[in-house]
Design a protein. Structure first.
Length: 255
């Protein structure tokens, strides 16, 4: 009697997200924005207009953000490990009249070039996904598909705050591959793509508790957000946030 091999981390990751996206309602209205209200001005500065840009979303989940990006004028290619997530993405694009602007592929983001043409992407985006990817392999793959002068903006969690690391060890709702992004990983990504830097838009730590504690309480949500705002007002605290953006830039001229 043969024994079935243990599933790989990638297979466990796929199964986790297949289950997560199974009940997605593709007809649900799109969000007003894909970043927090206090970060919209920074989005305008670092991302800017999406009109007619070739945009790649890495780890696109169930397509909510990909379709939102298309609704702002982008031509979006979405790469997602979960086949269920890709199905929901295409359903959502049809439901919101964006089927001609959204393409979605089942794939591993360390092999973007399997689905995306080399040197074709103006802007790549990712929302809490970098910490799921091996930095060297993903950075090399991303560089291959960005056009010269193209950039990527990733919205990430950070392991800089020891309290956040401790809390993640106690209660983590992510999949097997998820762990907060380190500065070592950021430096590796920058080296592979060719340029870039981390950026801390605001202090964010206590607001994470809304995911785990008294989720339906507006009073609790307001209290923890208020604590984050008070800490944010103290100079030098943002680098200890559990939240950061990672900006990556492909050089215009090859070195």
């Amino acid at each position: 009697m043969s024994i079935a091999p243990e599933p790989t981390e990638l297979e466990l990751e796929q199964a986790h997200y297949d289950a997560l996206y199974a009940d997605t309602d593709a007809r649900k209205p799109l969000p007003a924005h894909v970043v927090a209200p206090q970060e919209i001005e920074m989005w305008n500065e670092h991302v800017g207009s999406l009109k007619d840009k070739q945009v790649l979303e890495c780890g696109s989940g169930d397509g909510e953000k990909a379709v939102w990006l298309a609704s702002r004028g982008a031509f979006v290619q979405a790469v997602e490990l979960s086949p269920v997530g890709v199905e929901r993405t295409l359903e959502r694009a049809r439901a919101h009249g964006m089927a001609d602007r959204v393409k979605a592929y089942v794939g591993d983001c360390t092999r973007l070039q399997d689905h995306v043409l080399p040197n074709s992407i103006d802007l790549a985006l990712g929302f809490s996904v970098l910490h799921h990817f091996p930095a060297r392999e993903f950075g090399c793959s991303l560089r291959a598909v960005l056009r010269p002068g193209g950039r990527a903006v990733f919205f990430e969690n950070s392991n800089a705050n020891p309290l956040y690391r401790w809390l993640r060890g106690i209660r983590n709702n992510e999949s097997v591959c998820g762990s907060p992004l380190t500065q070592v990983q950021v430096r590796e990504l920058v080296a592979q793509v060719g340029g870039g830097y981390p950026f801390y838009p605001r202090f964010g730590l206590f607001g994470h508790a809304k995911k785990y504690v008294w989720r339906e309480s507006a009073l609790f949500a307001g209290a923890v957000d208020g604590i984050d705002r008070m800490v944010d007002a103290i100079p030098g605290t943002r680098r200890w946030s559990s939240h950061m953006w990672v900006i990556l830039c492909k050089p215009v001229v090859a070195e």
